[in-house]
Write a protein that binds this ligand. Structure first.
Ligand code: SAH
Length: 213
């Protein structure tokens, strides 16, 4: 598990690419420039770790494209200490970004293999989520609600009601919605039953599946 100057240089180039693609949030860019993405990937893909692309991880899942991670993280408008729920821990890369942004991170993963691997790996790198759970993200984490923001990192065929219900007033839900192609959707909770909805372009994610595996 090595991070070198060469990797740091490649990360800086990746940050330049993200700036060109429109990412502005300095804190998000700093997190991407600091986190050794190559350590979150399988060894066969190490040479590609700093390309702006998604790559396979275990259990037929993917580590999200850096642009997507940056875009979603920017939409969350995180302040230090915010309580954030992530659905789809996967490799833990997005989780690490949230930790570096100062969030108290709660994250759910439905693939046992990934849950086990990432729960061991993240603390080794010094990223300490508040709680990593093996479970079904459609249900959210009612015992820890409400959350300042919720981020879904898999394509949801519909917006799960429990996630909207677990947002605090003023809170934000960032969720890609759709079957084959997803529309990045931001909900801002304005009142008990009032949500503002913004649609922010098309993305492609692995599907948010029901139940645990
Ligand atoms: N944030 C991850 C993205 C991984 S891809 C990363 O950067 O690596 C999406 C993840 O969502 C996969 O790990 C998949 O297993 C998980 N997932 C799919 N359906 C889920 C569900 N219902 N609940 C929780 N996690 C789910």
């Amino acid at each position: 598990m090595k991070d070198t100057f060469k990797h740091k240089g490649m990360r800086q180039k990746l940050v330049d690419v993200l700036i060109k693609k429109g990412i502005k949030d300095e804190k998000v860019l700093r997190a991407i420039s600091e986190i050794p993405r190559h350590l979150f990937m399988d060894s066969g893909f190490l040479d590609h770790a700093y390309q702006d692309k998604a790559f396979p991880i275990a259990a037929d899942q993917t580590i999200s494209q850096p642009y997507t991670v940056a875009f979603q993280s920017e939409l969350l408008k995180i302040n230090s200490g915010d309580k954030i729920l992530e659905i789809g821990t996967g490799s833990g890369y997005q989780t690490a970004v949230l930790c570096l942004l100062g969030a108290k991170v709660f994250s759910i993963e439905r693939q046992k293999e990934l849950f086990k691997k990432t729960s061991k790996f993240l603390p080794k790198l010094g990223y300490r989520a508040k709680k990593l759970v093996f479970g079904d993200g459609y249900k959210g984490m009612p015992e820890e609600a409400p959350f300042k923001s919720i981020i879904v990192t898999a394509g949801a065929p519909f917006v799960p009601n429990p996630l909207l219900a677990q947002l605090e007033i003023g809170g934000r839900l960032v969720i890609p919605v759709g079957e084959d192609v997803q529309t990045m959707t931001l909900f801002i909770r304005k009142g008990l039953k009032e949500f503002e909805k913004h649609e922010l372009g098309e993305f492609r994610f692995v599907p948010l599946l029901e139940d645990k595996n």
